[in-house]
Design a protein around this ligand. Structure first.
Ligand code: SAH
Ligand code: SF4
Ligand code: F3S
Length: 471
């Protein structure tokens, strides 16, 4: 058993990171069995789930969409806020019921960021003996061996490293989409924003080599993918740990040269965002004009307490430079309200900045204290009532600007990558504009997988309506 340890997790061991090839497992122990994977959290976790599916299928498991028919259920978890925890523990209750009643042999496993938390693993050891295995983020490539050991011994397996693992290339992957693919470029995070658990659950910043990334994108292009999204908790730090003079701007430019139709990247930290990067984005047609640029707070006092390492003035300068240089860019953000010490005045600074930037959209969150992070120990807490009130007031302003930004697109003709049938209306398809707006499109399902011209006929707060135009 290897349990996580938060103090160890804070240390940095990057000098030891090796790049290794995935070692496949020969025993086809999943033959005639079915798996169900549920994903919580960010895009990196979504992509990790594609790897979990890939590994399970490599030993014979087949996918099922219902837990009732599954032989193995894996929860790929997120630890970013308390409600992410609650959802996982809620779902574990459902799985326990299945194990107690209809399928006592069901295997239940936990992967992802919650697996890296000492408190969570201690709770599992104490109260959740029916969880069969826990596998951390740093040894995900070892998942199949952990499952196999539990099958052979019938003993709960807890295998979580508190130091970052090596970079493992070529883990099998079953991608959710045939048109748009996630590509990891950097793992971990060294920023240590005081509210955030990610630097502890994902370890230090470790970049993949440019050669492996470029090779992966080339393969995706030749197998028909139209879009790649380069992934990392802070993509703008790409390369810092392994190169002296190669960064995200260089990588974007090299990936652009491959000629894949659309390139996106998430998430950007304003601190590492250079003018060179803005220029590269502005000057390449296949780098999409969509930037997610988390602000977190508009108050310099709170930004400092958060350890974000920029001021609102610096944020605005970067924001305006992107707006000026990147044509038709849409810029979205993340904002936390109710951080310890946030006064009404600080909150008003955030509202002022939102009024100034007029973001295309914002993900807004009430501060949630995370075990062992510096902000969780800060004394001047904000009451739940005040947090909710601020969240509500902020959302009103944010929605006003999303609406406005969308309204400006009415009657324009835009390019959309059509990805699926529309959720709302099965006679429609849906797709994304270059600046990442979701459009429900009047058009036939044969459009799925293509980049087509669409006339925007109506706009709402979170989506647009449009019709396909044959050019
Ligand atoms: N790496 C990204 C953010 C990843 S987490 C970045 O630095 O921008 C996604 C968002 O969750 C963050 O931007 C932040 O707004 C929010 N978040 C993170 N920790 C939180 C916490 N403890 N409470 C509330 N929101 C939090
Ligand atoms: Fe968390 Fe900050 Fe790292 Fe983003 S940059 S993952 S918010 S520590
Ligand atoms: Fe959540 Fe981990 Fe992503 S905490 S947001 S799944 S990196």
């Amino acid at each position: 058993m290897k349990k996580p340890n938060m103090i160890e997790a804070k240390k940095r061991h990057t000098n030891n990171t090796k790049v290794l090839e995935y070692e496949s497992v020969q025993n086809k122990f999943g033959k005639n069995k079915k798996y169900f994977v549920r994903t919580y959290g960010c895009q990196m976790n979504e992509h990790d789930s594609e790897k979990i599916c890939g590994m399970l299928e490599s030993v014979g498991y087949k996918r099922t969409d219902t837990v009732e028919s599954a032989d193995i259920v894996i929860l790929n978890t997120c630890a970013i806020r308390e409600n992410a925890h609650d959802k996982v523990f809620g779902f574990l209750g459902v799985l326990k019921h299945i194990k107690d009643t209809t399928n006592k042999d069901l295997l239940v496993g936990i992967c992802g960021c919650m697996a890296q938390e000492e408190v969570v693993v201690n709770e599992i050891l104490k109260k959740y003996s029916y969880v069969d295995f826990v596998c951390g983020t740093h040894n995900l490539d070892n998942l199949l061996n952990i499952i196999l050991k539990e099958i052979e011994t019938h003993k709960q397996q807890i295998e979580v490293l508190s130091y970052e693992g090596d970079i493992i290339e070529n883990i099998p992957v079953i991608r959710e989409s045939k048109y748009s693919a996630w590509v990891d470029i950097i793992y971990g995070c060294d920023k240590f924003c005081t509210y955030c658990i990610v630097p502890y659950t994902r370890g230090s910043q470790r970049s993949r080599t440019k050669e492996s990334i470029i090779e992966e994108v080339k393969k995706l292009k030749s197998s028909g993918y139209k879009e790649v999204t380069l992934l990392g908790q802070n993509v703008n730090a790409y390369g810092k740990d392994i190169y002296d003079d190669y960064n995200l701007a260089n990588l974007l430019s090299d990936v652009s040269d491959i000629g894949i139709e659309r390139i996106r990247f998430v998430t950007s930290h304003p601190w590492d965002f250079t003018d060179e990067m803005v220029d590269v984005i502005a000057s390449h047609d296949n780098i999409m004009p969509y930037i997610h640029l988390p602000l977190q707070s508009g108050s310099n006092k709170i930004l400092k307490l958060m350890n974000r390492r920029y001021t609102k003035e610096e944020y605005l300068k970067l924001y305006n430079s992107i707006r000026t240089k990147v044509k038709n860019a849409s810029i979205t953000t993340d904002i936390i309200v109710g951080f310890p010490g946030e006064s009404e005045e600080d909150f008003n600074d955030t509202l002022d900045l939102v009024n100034e930037c007029k973001f295309d959209g914002a993900f807004t969150f009430a501060f949630s204290p995370r075990e062992n992070t510096p902000a969780a120990l800060m004394k001047e807490t904000v009451s739940e009532e005040v947090k909710m009130d601020r969240l509500h007031r902020l959302n009103e302003v944010v929605n006003k600007y999303s609406n406005e930004a969308n309204r400006k697109m009415k009657d324009t003709i835009v390019k959309c990558l059509v990805v699926s049938l529309s959720d709302k209306d099965k006679n429609k398809v849906c797709g994304y504009t270059e600046n990442m707006k979701l459009v429900n499109i009047k058009g036939d399902k044969s459009l799925i997988g293509q980049i087509v011209d669409v006339k925007i006929t109506d706009t709402k707060s979170f989506s647009l309506d449009g019709e396909y135009i044959k050019m």
